[in-house]
Each structure stands twice: as structure tokens, then as C-alpha cells.
Design a protein. Structure first.
Length: 173
């Protein structure tokens, strides 16, 4: 199998794995969002292993699958903020693939971009759900950060296990 075809096939497998894992919810937030079983990390792997082209293409396709999976859409801009941009941003991991601890750094930055995108959407479209005692901006930052960074922490703990870390490093090379 030629090299490009292999990258394409493996990226497709990662898209499928991330999509299936997105259905395994460790915790579901009451107004949307959830902690899944490593789906955000899995969709960042094409970027980490193969670079910008495969990373952003895979993450974009995954964003479309997440959109098709359903959710509450009250405005067309929310499609971009909560789905297209929020998941395609995992392609940024590609920019960190050649630095020490690049998968960790890139994954953190991708999670931060997703958090900001979801928080902007939350503030624009859902701020009326903020408790009266909360500032709506702080509420949406805390709400979205709660599930996004919970999954980030669980994922980082998992990929820090020496056997998993070694497997990822070995495959990349």
C-alpha cells in the first residue's frame, strides 16, 4: 500500500473510532456537551501522525459527523461555533507534532480553542440559562470548560501511561 493511501485509510479509521467513542459518554451536561471516552484525542491523532492536511481534513469530517449526530441548533452561526470550528480545531495538533511533548501541547491548545468557540456560542445563544448570581460570561466559560477540560485531564492521564505513551511514540516514527 502506498504511503498516501495508508495515511488516508488510517485517518478514516481514526475518524470512525472518534465518532464511535463520542457515543460513549462518561458524563453528560444538562444543556449540552459531554465527557466522552477519548474522542477528542483520537480525532487529533491524524494531525499528530500525518500533519496539517490529514489533521484538518479528518477533524473537519468529524465535525460534520458531530453536526449530523444532532444537537440543539437555534441559529446558523451556532453550527460553525459549536461544530465546524469547535472540532476542526483539533487539526492544530499538527503544528506541534515535531516538538517535545507536542501531542500534549497541541491537544491542550486544541481543547482551549474548542472551549473558547463553545463559550462564545454559549454566551451568544444560551446566556439566559446562566443563574442570576453568575455573570453570563463566567458561567459559559465555566460550563464549557467543565466538560472539555475534564475530558482533557482524563485523556492526558491515559496517554501518560508508559505503555500508551510508548505506543503513540513508536507509531509516529
Amino acid at each position: 500500500m502506498n504511503r498516501e493511501l495508508r495515511k488516508f485509510v488510517v485517518s478514516a479509521v481514526f475518524i470512525a473510532m472518534a465518532f464511535v467513542l463520542s457515543f460513549i459518554k462518561i458524563f453528560r451536561m444538562p444543556l449540552g456537551g459531554s465527557v466522552t471516552l477519548f474522542s477528542m484525542f483520537i480525532i487529533s491523532l491524524p494531525a499528530y501522525f500525518y500533519g496539517v492536511k490529514y489533521g484538518f481534513a479528518s477533524a473537519f469530517i468529524y465535525s460534520l459527523l458531530q453536526l449530523l449526530q444532532g444537537g440543539t441548533i437555534i441559529h446558523p452561526a451556532q453550527i460553525f461555533l459549536d461544530y465546524i470550528f469547535a472540532f476542526t480545531c483539533f487539526g492544530v495538533v499538527a503544528f506541534f507534532r515535531d516538538i517535545k511533548h507536542g501531542s500534549y501541547v497541541g491537544f491542550l491548545i486544541a481543547c482551549m480553542i474548542r472551549w473558547l468557540s463553545s463559550s462564545i456560542s454559549g454566551y451568544i445563544f444560551f446566556r439566559e440559562y446562566a443563574p442570576e448570581t453568575w455573570n453570563p460570561i463566567l458561567y459559559t466559560l465555566a460550563y464549557n470548560g467543565g466538560y472539555i477540560f475534564a475530558e482533557y485531564l482524563i485523556t492526558i492521564i491515559f496517554v501518560s501511561i508508559p505503555q500508551v505513551k510508548n505506543l503513540l511514540h513508536k507509531y509516529k516514527e
